[in-house]
Design a protein around this ligand. Structure first.
Ligand code: UDP
Length: 311
């Protein structure tokens, strides 16, 4: 049985990755320090003999006894609210944490995939964003702690690939949604859905003309799975290129939930990217991957989850 370590296992993406690797017949070692993760996301895996959980902070030395074939590094605060509240942990998990896991990959001869982000493109001046674009990041702004941690993560991952021939993969993840997102993580989708469910107005930041492109979690996990088993070591965008403004997104949530509430406008946070949309030409060509679940279907599935949570 191949053994895989997944960091951030109790988080939104990490827990879905654990599910997928269990389903594919792997032995999964989940690791999380639970500062933003939630054990509820993996409690269904705890009784399984092919799953074990380590409550550990990956910025400290990571010890895994026995063989290890794959590492997926998904530990990090990842929503603007979370990394504003935990700026130093965010910087440390992307830098020290990644260093520890690359060292582990080297010593175990394991292949490692690190979770990067569309935030490496900052407030982009190129649209849609392709992997060759270097980005437009304010390193001392509020988002700098996340953006620069992830940029450093990519740099050190490439260095281990070049210096030590570690088998590395880098995925640049665009906005993703689905069940197990935290209601209070401050992201737009949990905010809009929980506001609609509680009978509150939906808070649009700025004038709502800024865009995002939302990918359903199952599609994202499939792209990551394919990237891990490909032989492509340069950064790859994985996301859904269907782009929408926050105004239109708010209207879609109002239509889906049938709420009588309206959109209300709040100030735009500093350095909030004006537009974001992945160019997925590479993922299509190299992985044979593209998203299958459209926003209508994905939002319906996510709403079922949020309905139960808000209850
Ligand atoms: N946003 C919003 N209302 C909210 C939360 C977020 O209009 O209650 C906006 C936010 O300003 C941004 C977009 O929605 O333009 C996506 O924000 P999110 O935090 O989900 O992700 P990110 O900015 O990291 O893409």
């Amino acid at each position: 049985m191949k053994r895989v370590l997944i960091t951030g296992a109790a988080g939104f993406l990490g827990s879905h990755l654990c599910d997928r690797f269990i389903k594919e017949g792997f032995y999964v070692i989940g690791m999380d320090n639970l500062i933003t993760g939630n054990m509820e996301n993996i409690e269904h895996l705890m009784p399984l003999p092919q799953f074990e959980f380590h409550h550990h902070d990956v910025t400290k030395y990571v010890h895994i006894p026995g063989d290890l074939h794959y590492i997926l590094h998904f530990a990090s605060p990842a929503s603007p609210i979370d990394y504003l509240k935990k700026p130093i942990q965010t910087l440390k998990v992307g830098s020290l944490g990644t260093h520890n896991l690359l060292g582990l990959a080297l010593s175990k001869k394991a292949r490692i995939l690190v979770a990067s982000t569309s935030e490496v493109y900052g407030d982009p001046t190129v649209h849609p964003q392709n992997e060759e674009y270097w980005g437009n990041v304010n390193c001392v702004g509020p988002r700098g702690v996340y953006d620069e941690a992830k940029r450093f993560q990519e740099a050190i991952t490439m260095a281990y690939h070049n210096m030590h021939q570690v088998e590395t993969r880098i995925v640049r993840i665009f906005n993703t949604y689905g069940p197990r997102m935290r209601l209070d993580d401050g992201r737009v989708l949990p905010a809009f859905m929980s506001q609609a469910l509680r009978g509150e107005d939906l808070t649009v930041f700025g004038d709502g003309s800024q865009t995002r492109s939302f990918c359903y979690v199952d599609d994202l996990v499939d792209g990551i799975y394919r990237l891990l088993f490909s032989d492509y070591h340069l950064p790859m965008n994985v996301g859904n290129p269907s782009e929408i403004s926050m105004n239109d997104f708010g209207k879609e949530i109002i239509a889906l939930t049938g709420t009588k509430q309206k959109l209300v406008y709040h100030p735009l946070p500093q350095d909030d990217p004006k537009q974001r949309c992945p160019d997925i030409t590479k993922a299509k060509a190299i992985l044979g991957w593209e998203p299958k679940i459209d926003r209508k279907e994905g939002l319906k599935r996510t709403y079922e989850y949020f309905k139960n949570k808000v209850k």
